[in-house]
Structure formats: structure tokens, C-alpha cells
Design a protein around this ligand. Structure first.
Ligand SMILES: NC(=O)c1ccc[n+]([C@@H]2O[C@H](COP(=O)([O-])OP(=O)(O)OC[C@H]3O[C@@H](n4cnc5c(N)ncnc54)[C@H](OP(=O)(O)O)[C@@H]3O)[C@@H](O)[C@H]2O)c1
Length: 348
């Protein structure tokens, strides 16, 4: 049971809270036995929070590729098990040892170490350092924030960095992994900002879905992967948001116009890049890496604030599926097979 040691008022508040509600909380746990990984929903005892930490009653979490890796025992994401994945959470503060936040504040926590080596958002409660927490901006509900989640934040950071150098009248922006979480939100934001977009996807069946998100053109992944192996290709795009890496990222960099910008955030296709320096030294192309996990707080707050106002997406609900903790394993399996479409949020 959670009992803060040095804040009498806080202790009373939370004791009353737990007395009136519950003594344990539910979490989606991943366990390792003899090198095999299994998942189950378990009852967990409440933990103490220390100075500089917050206890958050989670309202929603969301599913990201890293969660799927953690849930299947990927040691590059999570070193030690048992563990609760979930790199995203929104919720209400129920205990605070910080001046920055007070009880009942609605907040967002994404990335840093949440869900990696710190128990994450696939649980009714999370305890986190105050530095990881963003106040929910006015204009965004907790549910909407998780429809966006780390995937949307990554999309937002990619768009923010791209739009620093590429304007709508410079030409179209290509987006790879277009039906995925990062890709679909990127397309929707770019559409809202007036950019023409070209979606690259493996899913012939999702052309209408992508056009509805605002894609002006859809290219099939296999066609884009099998372009000429030359060091430079015809310059077709003013910029690109790549979410998959490998040959697709190589071909995007080779197909961007002079002074164009390409952002890169993922490696579902491959972490390898085989390129010459020519796109960079003959066309002045810039390649920007996006690491949402450690991106400075000022950028996070800026992107969340834009997502609540001028970038606010009215297509989010249509592209999001809401599930319960009990349905999570099936969605994780689909994500690992590359078959998930749009965003998945988990209601706690
Ligand atoms: N750097 C960061 O800060 C950061 C943050 C979030 C995510 N990421 C990374 O970004 C990537 C996308 O994340 P997400 O949340 O959008 O994942 P997601 O929802 O699973 O979407 C990934 C999409 O990539 C495409 N894809 C899947 N397997 C592929 C393959 N073998 N080759 C080429 N394309 C493939 C599929 O789209 P189509 O069928 O439409 O092609 C799929 O829907 C992941 O690698 C993730 O780890 C990085």
C-alpha cells in the first residue's frame, strides 16, 4: 500500500482515496520464465512515491511499436522482467511530491523511460519523475491526447522540424509507413497545414483510408522499394517523413529536391542505410533524426500545444480503435505482423 513518508496532507488524501476505492491496481504484466515470455493481467500492490515523483491514476494509454517489442521480451527495449509496458499515459495526479503539479491535475506522460525499464501505462496507476510530465493543454481531452500518443508526438516533432525548412509551395511531402501510427498522424497534420502529400504503403486495401487522411497520391511500398539503384533519383518531393528506414529511406533521400529535408524516426523495415554522399553534397538535402524519447521538453510542450490548437485533428477518432486491457495482446500481435491500422488506445 502506498504511504508517503513525509507529507501528512498528501498521505491523508491518498489514504482516503484508496480506502474508498481499491487496495491493488491492475496491470498488463510481461513475465520471463526459462527465456520464454508470457503476458497476463495481474493485481499489483501500490508503491511508495519519493521526492520529485508523482502518482498518476491512468485514464488512457496507447499502443506503440516499442510496447509490442517490450511485451515480447525485446531486451533492447526492456532489460528486466517482470515488467509493465506502455510508453504513453494520460491521467489524473493522485499524489504529488512536486511544486509543479498538484492533486487532480490532468497530465500526459510519454516516452523517457516510461514502459521501457520503468513500469508503464498499461496499468491503472503509474509513478513517474516530475520531469517526464506535461500538463494536458487546454483544448485536448485525455482521450484525444492518447489518440495522438508517442506516435503522434513523433509525427508532430517530424512535421515541426520539416516545416522549419519546407513550405507548402515548395512541393509535395512523401510519408512512409503511411497507415501506421506515426505515418497516419503525419499525413493528417500536413494536410491540415496545406501541404500536398504522397503516402507510401504496403496496403493496397487502404488507399481510400489514406486519401481520406489527406494523401494526394498513394504509392505501393514494393514499387517504391524497387526503384533504380542509382545514387540520385528524379527529384520529386520537397521533403519526406520516413518511419520505416532501409531501402525506402534510401530512395526518399535520393528523390528529394535540392535543399529538401527528410526526417527519420523508425526502422521497422531495416536499420541499415546504403547511400552515397551525393544527395547531401549535390542537392543540399538535410536528414533530421527524430528521437521523441529524449526530445527536449520545450519541443514537446510546443508540439502538444499545437496539437491542441492549430494542428488539432478532427480525423483522430476515425483512425483510432479503443480497447480494454484484456484486448491488448491481440493488438500487439497484429502490430508485430505490420497489420495494425491507425492508432490503438487502451481505456483503464
Ligand atoms: N524515433 C522515435 O522517437 C520514434 C517514436 C515512435 C515510433 N518510432 C518508430 O517509428 C516506426 C513506426 O512507428 P508506428 O508507431 O507508426 O508503428 P506502426 O503503427 O506499427 O506502423 C508502422 C507502419 O510501417 C509499415 N511497415 C511495417 N512493417 C514494415 C516493413 N517491414 N517494411 C516497410 N514498412 C513496414 C506499415 O505501414 P504501411 O503498411 O502503410 O506501409 C506499418 O503500419 C517504428 O519503427 C517505431 O519504433 C520511433
Amino acid at each position: 500500500m502506498f504511504l508517503p513518508k513525509f507529507d501528512v496532507n498528501l498521505s491523508k488524501t491518498f489514504k482516503l482515496y484508496t480506502m474508498n476505492t481499491q487496495a491493488t491496481y491492475k496491470a498488463f504484466r510481461v513475465e520471463e520464465n526459462d527465456g520464454k515470455f508470457t503476458t497476463a493481467i495481474k493485481d499489483m500492490p501500490f508503491l511508495e512515491i519519493s521526492e520529485g515523483e508523482l502518482l498518476i491514476k491512468v485514464s488512457y494509454s496507447s499502443l506503440n511499436y516499442k510496447d509490442a517489442l517490450s511485451a515480447t521480451g525485446n531486451k533492447g527495449v526492456t532489460r528486466n522482467f517482470p515488467h509493465t509496458p506502455g510508453i504513453d499515459a494520460t491521467g489524473v495526479i493522485v499524489a504529488s511530491h512536486s511544486n509543479k503539479f498538484k492533486i487532480a491535475d490532468e497530465v500526459i506522460v510519454t516516452s523517457y523511460d516510461l514502459g521501457m525499464n520503468t513500469d508503464g501505462g498499461f496499468a491503472e496507476y503509474v509513478k513517474v519523475p516530475v520531469e517526464w510530465v506535461v500538463k494536458l493543454p487546454a483544448g485536448l481531452s485525455m482521450k484525444e491526447a492518447m489518440m495522438i500518443g508517442t506516435a503522434g508526438l513523433t509525427a508532430g516533432l517530424s512535421v515541426l522540424r520539416l516545416t522549419e525548412t519546407v513550405q507548402p509551395d515548395n512541393g509535395a511531402i512523401a510519408v512512409s509507413g503511411a497507415t501506421g501510427g506515426v505515418g497516419s498522424v503525419s499525413l493528417a497534420i500536413l494536410n491540415k497545414l496545406g501541404y500536398k502529400t504522397v503516402a507510401i504503403t504496403s496496403k493496397n486495401s487502404e488507399v481510400d483510408f489514406l486519401k481520406k487522411l489527406g494523401a494526394n497520391e498513394v504509392i505501393l511500398r514494393e514499387d517504391f522499394e524497387n526503384l533504380d539503384k542509382k545514387p540520385l533519383l528524379k527529384p520529386l518531393y520537397a521533403g519526406a517523413i520516413d518511419t520505416v528506414g532501409g531501402t525506402i529511406l534510401e530512395n526518399l533521400i535520393k528523390s528529394v529536391s535540392p535543399m529538401g529535408t527528410v526526417s527519420c524516426c523508425g526502422n521497422v523495415a531495416s536499420p541499415k542505410l546504403e547511400l552515397t554522399v551525393f544527395p547531401f553534397i549535390l542537392r543540399g538535402v538535410s536528414l533530421i533524426g527524430i528521437d521523441s524519447q529524449n526530445y527536449p521538453m520545450e519541443y514537446r510542450e510546443k508540439v502538444w500545444s499545437k496539437l491542441a490548437t492549430e494542428w488539432k485533428l478532427d480525423t483522430l477518432a476515425e483512425t483510432t480503435t479503443e480497447i480494454a486491457l484484456e484486448d491488448l495482446q491481440a493488438k500487439i500481435n497484429l502490430m508485430l505482423e505490420g497489420k495494425l491500422k491507425g492508432r490503438t488506445i487502451i481505456k483503464l
